[in-house]
Write a protein that binds this ligand. Structure first.
Ligand code: NAD
Length: 333
């Protein structure tokens, strides 16, 4: 029996969480879910968006499946996601984007995996007012240590999964120290993997290349903010945010979540696509060596995608979160 911390999250979080736990139960997953809250839900219930009990549970079990958490825009509490990634040193955010069967999207052969540095960059939220309300500054932090960890993780993944190429994305022409250091680390580590092709691209060019010829990319590694933006772009290439899972991996803890957020615009309407969160759950199963079970559920999802009457509207379906969940359960072999 695997003890896994479960954080349903905000907005559509509880709906997609119910879908995943229902499908896992039906498939016979040997998991003991240890449920805790975080984000806006925890702020409203306990006055703290990241309660001690939630942190202690992750500290104890070292593995979590986490729904999306709302972060107020502008004022209000800072991102709990960012705090958790930092707290548990989850330095690699791994975001695969792969063309799925029966999904209409603009491209047919996308199969890329984005490695986003997850603990530093411009994303750390280290900001200050130089002059209140008229002059603000943000600090980007890049260290050799964190860069080496994520770049090596990307190369190791490429080696272990038989992938051919790693593309490092930066803006070292302008950000000569921060991105310059990240790129330098990439060049050094690439020498340890002579069988894997290595290239680097400037982020603006990368954005254009990804929408022109995404099939040229395999494994991508980049800094935190660029990875955040480019991975949403990658989701768009394969049919939208409802279809891409993600893993946050450190040396001794792992947290799985969807790429998308809490989607407040469709929360509580039984419209949320649970596939992204389900794929994150399957990454979790692979991580705990339950690969056979993950494959069985994956095949049931692929099979279910053919019947648009049970799929959610974001992927052209006329069904709901619940009809999709029920159909996947019925299609488990
Ligand atoms: P979002 O990803 O929540 O939604 C963007 C668009 O995609 C919306 O139109 C939404 O309806 C749609 N969408 C997202 N997931 C979907 C799904 N599973 N099925 C169908 N449609 C889906 O991004 P946002 O609106 O910019 O952010 C909302 C909140 O989520 C913010 O508070 C933000 O900070 C937070 N957020 C959290 C995470 C996380 O927890 N890892 C990630 C991104 C955003």
């Amino acid at each position: 029996m695997h003890d896994i911390v479960l954080i349903p999250g905000d907005g559509i979080g509880p709906e997609i969480t119910k879908s995943v736990t229902t499908i896992f139960d039906e498939a016979g997953a040997d998991i003991n879910w240890i449920e805790h809250i975080a984000g806006l839900t925890a702020q409203e219930e306990l006055g703290n968006p990241l309660p001690d009990e939630t942190i202690e549970a992750i500290e104890k079990h070292r593995i979590a499946l986490k729904g999306p958490l709302t972060t107020p825009v502008g004022a209000g509490f800072r991102s709990v996601n960012v705090a958790m990634r930092k707290k548990f040193a989850l330095y690699s955010n791994i975001r695969p984007a792969k063309t799925l069967p029966h999904i209409h999207s603009r491209f047919e052969d996308v199969d890329l995996v984005m490695f986003r540095e997850n603990t530093e960059g411009l994303y750390i939220g280290k900001e200050q007012w130089v002059e209140e309300d008229s002059h603000a500054e943000s600090i980007a932090v890049v260290t050799r240590d964190a860069s080496e960890k994520v770049v090596r993780a990307a190369f190791e993944y490429a080696k272990n999964k038989g992938r051919d190429k790693v593309t490092l994305v930066h803006k070292a022409n302008i950000l000569k120290y921060t991105c310059g250091l990240f790129m330098e680390v990439g060049e050094e580590i690439a020498k340890d993997y002579p069988d894997i092709e290595y290239e680097d691209l400037i982020v603006d060019n990368m954005a254009m290349q990804m929408v022109m010829r995404p099939e040229q990319f395999d494994v991508i590694v980049t800094t935190n903010l660029f990875g955040d933006i480019l991975s949403d772009l990658a989701s768009g290439l394969v049919g939208g945010l409802g279809l891409t899972g993600a893993a946050n991996i450190g040396d001794d803890a792992a947290m799985f979540e969807a790429v998308h957020g809490s989607a407040p615009d469709i929360a509580g309407q039984n419209k949320a696509n649970p596939i992204a969160f389900l794929l994150s759950g399957l990454m979790l199963l692979d991580h705990i060596d339950e690969n056979k079970l993950a494959d069985r559920i994956r095949q049931a999802v692929y099979y279910t995608l053919e019947d648009k009457s049970v799929c959610t509207p974001d992927i052209g379906g006329s069904g709901t979160t619940e009809t999709f969940t029920e159909a996947v359960c019925n299609n488990l072999q």
